[in-house]
Design a protein around this ligand. Structure first.
Ligand SMILES: Nc1nc2c([nH]c(=O)n2[C@H]2C[C@H](O)[C@@H](COP(=O)(O)OP(=O)(O)OP(=O)(O)O)O2)c(=O)[nH]1
Length: 156
């Protein structure tokens, strides 16, 4: 049996802490997956560092450079099992150079506003990941201290 292959991908958002949009990309291949939407990324090459692989894939697929934020782990704390042969690690990312273009891997990209992240037909394996991302971001958002919520200092 061949070993499982690691895929790395990015949930590209406009802001790593309080995102208002998420980038989805529509696959061109293989035929069984074409037309479905995914997180841009791809397979890690043998001996390649996963984070280096992600930067390489985003350069190759979208011609962008990014800054990475938090990793979104699977419920068991590890990678997401996306197919019978692949596991995927996913990071939040923010574009630091370029505007996403469609090259070979995708024929469309779409910025989805918060609340409309399920407007596109994601790959089946990505549906629970988008749900986890929604939960992660609402928690992260709530945990950002707002001035109004800070405990007032006790008066001398
Ligand atoms: N990139 C990516 N792949 C995903 C996602 N969800 C999901 O099930 N997959 C699957 C589709 C593929 O079977 C596999 C990744 O393959 P890929 O075709 O993106 O990898 P790659 O860019 O390195 O392509 P290649 O050089 O092998 O042709 O993972 C996702 O959100 N992003």
């Amino acid at each position: 049996m061949s070993p499982r292959r690691l895929v790395v991908a990015a949930a590209i958002v406009d802001d790593l802490h309080t995102p208002t949009t998420l980038l989805a990309a529509r696959r061109t291949a293989p035929p069984a997956l074409a037309g479905r939407w995914e997180f841009p990324g791809g397979k890690v090459e043998p001996d390649e560092d996963p984070v280096d692989a992600l930067h390489r894939e985003l350069r190759e697929e979208l011609d962008v450079a990014v800054e990475l934020g938090a990793e979104i782990p699977a419920p068991d704390g590890g990678a997401w099992p996306i197919t019978d042969r692949h596991d995927m690690r996913l990071w939040l990312a923010r574009i630091t150079r370029g505007t996403p273009v469609t090259l070979d891997a995708h024929d469309a990209v779409r910025w989805l506003p918060v609340g409309r992240w399920f407007d596109v037909p994601w790959l089946d394996a990505d549906v629970p990941i988008v749900e986890a991302l929604t939960a992660h971001l609402s928690t992260a958002h709530l945990s950002v201290p707002s001035p109004a919520r800070r405990t007032p200092r006790s008066q001398p």
